[in-house]
Design a protein around this ligand. Structure first.
Ligand SMILES: Cc1cc2nc3c(=O)[nH]c(=O)nc-3n(C[C@H](O)[C@H](O)[C@H](O)COP(=O)(O)OP(=O)(O)OC[C@H]3O[C@@H](n4cnc5c(N)ncnc54)[C@H](O)[C@@H]3O)c2cc1C
Length: 449
């Protein structure tokens, strides 16, 4: 098939596929996003149960310019809910202690002894972190064992449900080690970040995070096809500028595209690209940590973002998000269980998970809780362990791109940024290739409107 305008085929309509759809439309490049399920958003999944907005995936995103621009393009900027500022706690030694993530928090926290605080302040005198070390080795050597066990380990490992001892710093701390190089010390890098006004505030949407992908898919409905699982990707014949494109197979249809962008989970990507990019086969072995989420209702009036559970505590819970105080979601608390330490727990029945989560929540906060719902995440969180070295040898043929949360950073703002950068790169490439007389980007954008 020969086309007069370049066409990009996107596999998956999670936030990456949808953000890419948006930026390609802005650049006037034709595209189609093929999504396997009947809903856009991928891991961004929100549900309303018994009047509660439940986030069965990311609990929040940061209000970066990219996220705000997407919300505006999709007409949901007015539905953004900004989080209340609040502390993150760690449950250690039988009490909830304030995470020392600010100067005030550092001075006030009783998570660390004065000796532990003094050791932490000696960090600028330690050798820089090395990519060959594990995250545990870097944090322990630089901050001291007490700081590692009482907050740095639980906070960092808790975010991924992973074990810092199993996480090579080379990729698990890549960004942090770069900042350390720039500032000469990790503490100085944190200090600078805090002095600069910190990061963009956490946000959600009135009807939950999924409101953003839902609205994007509706805005670009002509470019998004739901219930269209791609079953195979093979070399195509959409010849343009002398190069072949790809054929994306879906049940009952084939989509010829000039450029294919794959945004699917790692194991699916390995399956889909077996023929055109055999080096991706290692993606099937990337380890993910299974997670269960228990949504609870409680009269507890906790302030702050929530808590992570310190090492050595006799609890299954990894951490709890306070949706109640974060986004004013009346009485709602979300517990995370499972992860690398407790993977088999995720297979337990709903009743067992519910009773563990509510019982442990009462132990930590002193307040009773009842269960609203239970969910399990498949594939869960990237483990960022040794299996991730499988990413080292990836090589892709021309006009095939991965835009994924395992080849680049996983936070939603990073997904949006990667989509924008890829759209810019493709716009440059197509501008170079557009033959005389073909529709230009701007003209196509006008046609889309
Ligand atoms: C539990 C959890 C909590 C998180 N918390 C946060 C947070 O608080 N803040 C934050 O910023 N980030 C968070 N993240 C990270 C962030 O949410 C994800 O990295 C991001 O949403 C991934 O988006 P994506 O589009 O790249 O991938 P996905 O969301 O995985 O989208 C891929 C899409 O491809 C589709 N697909 C799969 N196979 C096929 C096929 N064969 N054909 C067509 N389509 C297919 C899927 O159905 C899916 O819609 C969290 C992630 C998880 C898992």
């Amino acid at each position: 098939m020969h086309q007069s305008t370049p066409r990009v085929g996107i596999v998956g309509a999670g936030i990456t596929g949808l953000a890419l759809t948006h930026y390609l439309a802005e650049a006037g490049i034709d595209s189609v996003a093929l999504e396997a399920t009947d809903e856009p958003g991928g891991v961004i999944t929100s549900r309303v149960v018994d009047g509660h907005v439940l986030e069965v995936g990311p609990q929040r995103m940061r209000k970066t310019p990219g996220v705000t621009a997407l919300a505006a393009a999709a007409g949901v900027e007015g539905d953004i809910v900004e989080a209340e500022d609040g502390d993150l706690y760690v449950y250690a030694g039988g009490t909830l202690g304030e995470g020392p993530l600010s100067l005030r928090g550092f001075l006030r926290t009783d998570l660390l002894s004065w000796r532990g605080k003094a050791r932490l302040l000696a960090e600028p005198l330690t050798r820089p972190g090395h990519p060959a070390e594990s995250v545990e080795e870097v944090f322990t050597r630089k901050f001291g064992r007490e700081a590692y066990e009482r907050f740095a380990g639980p906070l960092y490992g808790g975010i991924y449900g992973s074990d810092p001892a199993e996480m090579p710093a080379a990729f698990a701390l890549e960004g942090l080690l770069e900042r350390e190089q720039e500032e000469g010390s990790l503490l100085r890098a944190f200090q600078k970040r805090l002095a600069g006004g910190g990061t963009a505030p956490p946000i959600s949407f009135e009807r939950g995070n999924q409101q953003l992908p839902d609205a994007l898919a509706a805005t670009y409905s002509g470019r998004v096809e739901l219930e269209s699982p791609v079953t195979n990707i093979e070399p195509g014949d959409s010849v343009r500028g002398g190069e072949d494109g790809y054929r994306l197979e879906t049940p009952g249809a084939g989509h010829e595209v000039d450029v294919a962008v794959v945004t699917t989970p790692a194991s699916t990507t390995a399956e889909l690209l077996g023929e055109v990019a055999p080096s991706t086969s290692g993606l099937a072995d990337l380890r993910y940590n299974p997670l269960a989420m228990v949504f609870m209702e409680s009269p507890y009036d906790g302030a702050g973002k929530g808590y992570q559970v310190g090492y050595g505590e006799d609890l299954h819970t990894l951490g709890v998000t306070f949706n109640h105080s974060l986004f004013g979601r009346e009485g709602l608390y979300t517990a995370f269980l499972g992860g690398m330490h407790d993977p088999q727990l995720v297979e337990a029945g709903d009743e067992r998970l519910a009773s563990i989560a509510t019982g442990e929540f009462e132990r930590v906060t002193g307040a009773p809780a009842s269960v609203v719902d239970v969910a399990r995440l498949d594939p869960g969180f990237p483990a960022w362990d040794d299996s991730w070295w499988g990413l080292e040898d990836l090589s892709l043929p021309p006009d095939l791109f991965l835009a994924t949360n395992y080849t680049e950073r996983m936070g939603i703002p990073s997904r949006v940024r990667e989509a924008r950068q890829l759209a810019e790169q493709l716009a440059d490439r197509f501008t170079d290739r557009t033959p005389d007389g073909a529709v230009t980007g701007t003209e196509q954008a006008a046609a889309d409107d």
